[in-house]
Design a protein around this ligand. Structure first.
Ligand code: PLP
Length: 412
């Protein structure tokens, strides 16, 4: 039976087609129209889909070119279609990306990660961040024989860390959520209720966690016999190659890594102390595509980048430039009511009224700049002088265009 609509043969209204074919319009929550543009999701002129991305630029399906400040939710640290990464992936695909045997790349990349991540003595690969954090929690529960978790951060969409509709109450009840950087709250959670299997925290939420909180987590986990897990999906290969733990020297038992690890190819891992990681053999953590070679080859190319260049320094410098240029334009335009905040390497746009941010993001997109709404902006190695110049030229025009409308919303 032939399909009613052949590939490449249907109308170009990708937004309508996406909403018809895909619940919410996109399989990645943060790329749904509502997540990209909020109340401005239906505005004419905001791009919905892309055809091509290279360096720090994206070309939309209607042929417009954008400077990207969100870099695929931080999955891309070097740049889109980086030639070295692309070559590595093409070679891996041409050599047979899977077989009935594991590939030697799995061993080589595991060994390389053990060299660069302070907490890593062993490694298990997975495809996504949610899988990696679920695996870390499973290992912690297996090694301790306990169920309760103390958590702070975002860990992906899986049941264990979600309060979304459809998650059983019994699963949610196993997690005590604590506020970021709050030592007394963490200590109170440790002293209340059942002994925890793990403390699992993101070591950077809007800012790098203070030494006091990370130390309290390390000492608290040791005191009660829990596994300390740092979720470094966003921060490894970005804040430092070895993550926040390489910056602070406070080393967890397990860490999860992903995103910039493979410059946008799907690869994540749980890494950690061999004595804890060994519990992976006592439970069942496995996926058919876990060690598929294109992601591993991408990671090897990224590791080579980090060997040759101060990639994290370059990402921080790019992020700082982006924040300075955009932040200055926003300071000069107080009627917009949006601020640039956070560490240069991953910073955010904040507003008292979400509608102000929606208006800014939509207007910037109409003028060739992709800003991420409700999450971080990420500097990449590929952000260059031409991109900074484009932003510096566009932003004053964007904020001026918003003046009448946003002044009507009242003082920020
Ligand atoms: C800290 C952290 N952990 C886990 C995840 C989930 O990763 P993924 O979306 O690849 O499943 C994310 C995604 O943004 C994240 O930022």
């Amino acid at each position: 039976m032939s399909r009613a609509v052949a590939f490449g043969d249907a109308p170009d209204d990708w937004r309508t087609r996406a909403v018809d074919a895909i619940p919410g319009g996109c399989s990645t929550g943060s790329k749904r129209p509502i997540a990209l543009y909020g109340t401005r999701a239906a505005d004419p002129g905001v791009p919905s889909h892309y055809d091509r991305a290279e360096g720090c630029r994206v070309w939309s399906t209607d042929g417009r070119r954008f400077v990207d400040c969100g870099m695929a939710l931080g999955a891309v640290g070097i740049g889109y279609a980086d030639p070295a990464v692309t070559r590595a992936v093409q070679e891996a695909a041409a050599q047979g990306n899977v077989s009935s045997l594991p590939h030697r790349l799995e061993v080589e990349v595991a060994e390389a990660l053990i060299e660069v991540i302070p907490s890593a003595e062993q490694v298990r690969f997975l495809r996504t961040g949610a899988e990696a954090t679920a695996a870390a929690v499973r290992i912690a529960r297996a090694v301790t024989g306990r169920e309760r978790l103390i958590a702070c951060g975002y860990f992906g969409w899986f049941d264990w860390s979600s309060d979304a509709v459809g998650v059983p109450a019994s699963v949610r009840e196993a997690v005590t959520w604590v506020p970021f950087n709050d030592v007394p709250a963490l200590e109170a959670a440790l002293d209340a209720g059942e002994l925890p299997a793990a403390i699992i925290i993101e070591p950077l939420v809007h800012e790098v966690a203070g030494d006091a909180w990370l130390t309290a987590a390390r000492r608290g986990a040791d005191r009660v016999g829990a596994v300390l897990i740092f979720d470094e999906i966003k921060t490894a290969f970005r804040v430092r190659t070895g993550g926040v733990q390489a910056l602070t020297g406070i080393v967890p038992d397990l860490s999860t890594i992903g995103k910039a690890l493979a410059n946008g190819y799907p690869l994540a891992a749980v890494v950690g102390r061999a004595a804890v990681m060994d519990a992976a053999t006592q439970t069942w953590i496995s996926s058919t595509a876990a060690a598929e070679t294109t992601g591993l080859a991408a990671a090897r190319a990224v590791l080579a980048w980090h060997d040759q260049v101060d990639v994290c320094g370059r990402m921080a410098a790019s992020g700082a430039q982006l924040r300075t240029i955009i932040g200055a334009a926003l300071v000069d335009a107080p009627w917009v009511g949006v601020c640039a905040e956070g560490p240069p390497v991953m910073w955010r746009l904040t507003a008292d009224l979400p509608e102000r941010l929606d208006a800014l993001v939509a207007a910037a997109a109409r003028h060739g700049i992709l800003l991420k709404r409700g999450a971080y902006q990420f500097g990449a190695v590929a952000h260059d002088e031409a991109a900074f110049a484009d932003i510096a030229q566009a932003l004053p025009v964007v904020v001026d265009a918003l003046r009448p409308e946003l002044q009507r919303m009242g003082d920020p």
